[in-house]
Design a protein around this ligand. Structure first.
Ligand SMILES: NC(=O)c1ccc[n+]([C@@H]2O[C@H](COP(=O)([O-])OP(=O)(O)OC[C@H]3O[C@@H](n4cnc5c(N)ncnc54)[C@H](O)[C@@H]3O)[C@@H](O)[C@H]2O)c1
Length: 551
């Protein structure tokens, strides 16, 4: 099955090796509309330049080949209803229709989950078993993910709207790879013996932090699960994970597999629910020893404040971005266009590290804009379960409307709408691949995170200028550099203030590579050896030594 291909652990490799899409835009949806949505009949219609919307057909959405088995909260090894008995709907982004109703956890459920995690940490076998035994549980979990890859990928596509090709071909294998990577670390986490200034035996122990609270977003629900849960468990911690309210399903499915792999009860608890209720309760909880959050910068500020006002728990944050993608004048324009396109449009543009400010050297600018338009027009938008589709729907009506408002603001502020700018079809949350040219740095579309399929192209004329402009942002998550010059690559990769710089590639996400942001894009790093630090305490143990043979 496609999801078992080991080589697909790098998103960009997956993206760049697929067969090219067919030139005609695919259909997106059937006719039933959603009156709350901006776009249909709205002001953006007059700016529409792409034929995609017109190509919408009345095709019915493909029925996913998976059954929704788990909709309750997972607390202390059991699936249970929310204490309040409340549920909320999770929606199919292709139609806006309800996939399932899911238990709606709030502060009482967070209390129950934290109590279970605390018991599992203080009294349970997980921190006390050998590191090798923990390693083996995680390895069995990775095997189970592969065995159930098709159902997991289908669930992720159904709940999120990302293409099945991407979920099955890249993301599920990356989840298994990430879990195996941290399984490998479990028995290689060790402290130090350091020389003191006197007759003391000084040990530095690396201990698990305790109960880790983790909050994840909807754009990569499974990958975020793996990036957070993998290192926390490898270090011997217990976890309370709050999933995003838009995408609760896949985490419940794989958490069940983790128990099948031998995880003791209470070690991983999963609470579905909303941010201001369940999420805030987790951040404020006095029984949580460490918090890891991925989401928007605004919510990250709230999370940090709640952690500080409660028990000063340490917090790692993976937040938003407005990442520059710099195309130098020596670039092969066709390759640069394709890579810049993938850097923005991948995952419907819903990537924290999307290369959403495309800086292009003036000598290749006109050709680049023309070819970017052609590439966007070729992008296949449609049912994400259909073969050959490159772009599914946006996650929900809120994001859909927000993106279309950004498009409107781009037009109003005087940027040139080269293509796109409208919805596709009349049902679900599909948006045309959209390209703006002649953008200026102070425009909202060049400053704020759009989180949608919108490329903003800016012209520059020199190295110093592009470094200054690329860095003139509160964000600092990632950057892309496209050039044939080693000197230009070296200069830019050191000068750009971002946690990741991809040179002549983009979105390479191996489990071994640290990921995180400068400035308001985050605090700390995930993945690689760096993530282990987030889940370990450092303890110095000092013992006097009588009559030492040496010091
Ligand atoms: N840097 C990264 O690694 C990374 C990865 C993915 C997404 N993101 C960012 O996430 C954003 C998109 O996700 P989103 O719209 O779901 O973000 P969001 O901040 O609204 O939500 C993220 C999570 O936080 C929870 N939350 C919301 N309000 C909360 C509160 N008051 N207290 C505690 N938890 C709360 C949500 O329920 C959800 O689980 C984008 O800005 C994107 O850049 C960053």
């Amino acid at each position: 099955m496609a999801a078992r291909r080991a080589a697909s652990s790098v998103l960009s490799r997956f993206l760049l090796t697929r067969p090219s899409p067919s030139p005609s835009p695919a259909s997106a949806a059937s006719p039933a509309g959603k009156s709350a949505l901006l776009g249909a009949g709205g002001p953006l219609h007059r700016f529409s330049t792409a034929p995609a919307a017109a190509a919408a057909t009345a095709e019915e959405p493909i029925q996913p080949a998976v059954e929704v088995k788990h909709t309750q909260l997972l607390i202390n090894g059991n699936f249970v209803d929310a204490a309040s008995g409340k549920t909320f709907p999770t929606l199919d982004p292709r139609t806006g229709e309800v996939i399932a109703r899911v238990a709606e956890g709030d502060s009482e459920d967070i209390d129950r989950a934290v109590a279970a995690a605390r018991r599992a940490f203080d009294e349970g076998p997980w921190p006390r078993m050998t590191a090798y035994e923990r390693c083996r549980v995680l390895l069995r979990f990775a095997d189970l993910i592969e065995r159930h890859a098709e159902e997991i990928a289908a669930l992720e596509t159904w709940d999120n709207g990302k293409t099945l090709a991407q979920a099955a071909g890249a993301e599920v294998p990356m989840v298994a790879r990430c879990i195996r990577y941290y399984a490998g670390w479990a028995d290689k986490i060790h402290g130090l013996v350091v020389p003191g200034d006197g007759a003391h035996h000084v040990q530095v122990l690396h201990e698990p932090v305790g109960v880790a609270g983790q909050i994840i977003p909807w754009n990569f629900p499974l990958l975020m699960f793996a990036w957070k849960v993998g290192p926390a468990l490898a270090c011997g911690n217990t976890v309370v994970l709050k999933t995003a309210e838009q995408t609760p399903l896949s985490a419940l499915y794989v958490a069940n597999l983790l128990h099948e792999a031998g995880l003791p009860e209470g070690v991983l608890n999963v609470v579905s629910g909303f941010g201001p209720t369940a999420g805030a309760a987790l951040c404020s909880h006095m029984g949580v020893d460490k918090l890891a959050f991925t989401g928007s910068t605004g919510t990250g500020q709230i999370v940090l404040e709640l952690a500080a006002r409660s028990n000063l728990k340490p917090v790692t944050l993976e937040l938003g971005g407005k990442s520059p993608f710099v195309v130098m004048d020596d670039a092969d324009v066709d390759q640069a266009v394709e890579l810049a396109h993938q850097a923005v449009f991948f995952n419907q543009g819903q990537c924290c590290c999307a290369g959403s400010r495309t800086f292009v050297h003036e000598r290749v600018y006109d050709e680049f804009v023309e070819k970017s338009k052609a590439r966007a027009l070729k992008r296949v938008v449609g049912d994400p379960f259909r073969n050959g589709v490159e772009q599914g729907p946006q996650i929900d009506g809120d994001q859909f409307n927000k993106i279309l408002r950004y498009v409107q603001s781009g037009v109003d502020s005087g940027a040139t709408l080269v293509t796109g700018g409208d919805r596709v079809g009349s049902r679900g949350f599909y948006i045309q691949p959209t390209v703006f040219a002649d953008a200026k740095d102070d425009m909202k579309i060049a400053r704020e995170e759009i989180f949608g399929p919108v490329q903003t192209i800016l012209k520059f004329s020199g190295m110093e200028e592009v470094i200054r402009r690329a860095n003139a942002t509160h964000y600092g998550l990632a950057a892309g550099v496209f050039t044939r010059s080693l000197d230009a690559a070296n200069t830019l990769s050191r000068a750009l203030r971002a946690g990741t710089v991809w040179v002549n590639c983009y979105d390479v996400f191996d489990a071994t590579i640290p990921f995180g942001g400068y400035k308001m894009s985050g605090v700390g790093r995930e993945k690689g050896v760096y993530a282990l630090r987030n889940y370990l305490q450092t303890k110095a143990v000092v013992t006097p030594i009588k009559d030492p043979a040496w010091l």
